[in-house]
Design a binder for this molecule. Structure first.
Ligand SMILES: Nc1ncnc2c1ncn2[C@@H]1O[C@H](COP(=O)(O)OP(=O)(O)OP(=O)(O)O)[C@@H](O)[C@H]1O
Length: 327
């Protein structure tokens, strides 16, 4: 792995749990590469917010180490905090002022260069509505304005804790597009979430945690592949029996299903086409059957949620995972 924006080793911060035992972050090894969007995933209560609060110096770990851009934190946090922008709670804006005026005030307070306000408004797709009063903004626009405010200091690392909570699908898409743009600019975006479908679409890499420990990490494809033992590909071919022999001889696992082959173990589906073409067999269908991240996540984190979580605490959040964590 290349340079890391965030790395932690055996990071621990726990709280006593009612009825005995402890909850929180037990021993977390996190590796967030520099540049791109990193999904920090786990069920409710798995320790995401606790980890983020430790990284930002808001609470102290009991033990373990953390580094941000190679600087040990919290010891060296003052040297690096200027490169970090975070939205952990909703920031306060003046409701009767426009978004632009709110940002102008903040920019003045931190000495951000002129022109920065228009730049961050554009980066969060708010330019058109920047003259409107904050009070008239939708929840999604408010959230994007919060991102715009953190961008005023041009952070290299942005940390968003569940940024799409409570947003409608349109609002979620806009936050996702904003994160994608920031990642494409070479910034590092750490986004915590328990809503997998969203993160799968935007994240370059992910960490999946459960009960304060790392369960899987890597690119989305790697995490899905590792959990699945390689991609499964459906193959349609005129002579499936011969094709099955060819592929089996090449070390792949093959099953005949409804006249088509289900082939596992090929690192790259193109290898299947190549093997069959060499045997004079022509493929008329080749469909990678990817498990989605959600499935992997549910399997990895089954029973890892907080069974003592208060029912309804996360009302309105993703029902699938709420169900999954209590499975
Ligand atoms: N200040 C605290 N006092 C007691 N327990 C706490 C405290 N902060 C967190 N916890 C507990 O630690 C565990 C991890 O919480 P945390 O908020 O880090 O999880 P999370 O993954 O961010 O979950 P969510 O998605 O629900 O926000 C939970 O069981 C939580 O109740």
């Amino acid at each position: 792995m290349g340079d890391l924006a965030i790395d932690t080793a055996a990071l621990r911060r726990t709280y006593p749990r009612r009825g005995g035992g402890r909850v929180g972050v037990e021993s977390l090894d996190l590796h967030v590469p520099v540049g791109g969007v990193h999904g920090f995933l786990g069920p409710n209560g798995s320790g995401k917010t606790t980890t983020i609060r430790m990284l930002l110096g808001l609470i102290r770990p009991e033990s373990g180490t953390m580094r941000v851009f190679g600087h040990e934190v919290p010891q060296r946090l003052p040297e690096v905090i200027g490169r970090v922008g975070a939205i952990v709670e909703s920031p306060k804006f003046f409701p009767t002022f426009s978004a632009r005026r709110n940002l102008d005030l903040l920019a003045g307070a931190i000495g951000a260069p002129r022109g920065k306000v228009e730049e961050v408004l554009a980066a969060t797709a708010l330019s058109d509505r920047a003259g409107d009063r904050y009070a008239t903004y939708s929840l999604g626009m408010k959230q994007r304005l919060a991102i715009a405010a953190t961008l005023l200091k041009s952070p290299d690392l942005l940390i968003f804790d569940e940024p799409t909570n409570g947003l409608d699908p349109g609002g979620i898409r806009e936050i996702r597009e904003t994160m994608r743009r920031l990642g494409d600019e070479g910034r590092t975006v750490l986004v915590s979430s328990h809503i997998l479908a969203e993160v799968e679409q935007v994240a370059d890499t992910v960490s999946i945690i459960g009960r304060g420990r790392l369960l899987a990490e890597g690119t989305v494809a790697e995490v899905i592949g590792a959990a699945d033992g390689g991609t499964t590909v459906k193959v349609g071919v005129a002579d499936p029996d011969t094709a099955a022999q060819v592929l089996t001889a090449a070390g792949l696992r093959v099953r005949l299903e409804a006249g088509r082959l289900r082939v596992r173990g090929a690192a790259d589906p193109a290898r299947i086409t190549e093997l069959l073409a060499h045997a004079g067999l022509y493929v008329n269908e080749l469909t990678p059957e990817r498990r989605d991240l959600e499935r992997v996540f549910l399997d990895l984190t089954a029973g890892q949620g907080l069974e003592q979580d208060t029912p309804g605490r996360h009302a309105g959040r993703d029902a699938v995972l709420a169900g999954g964590e209590r499975a």
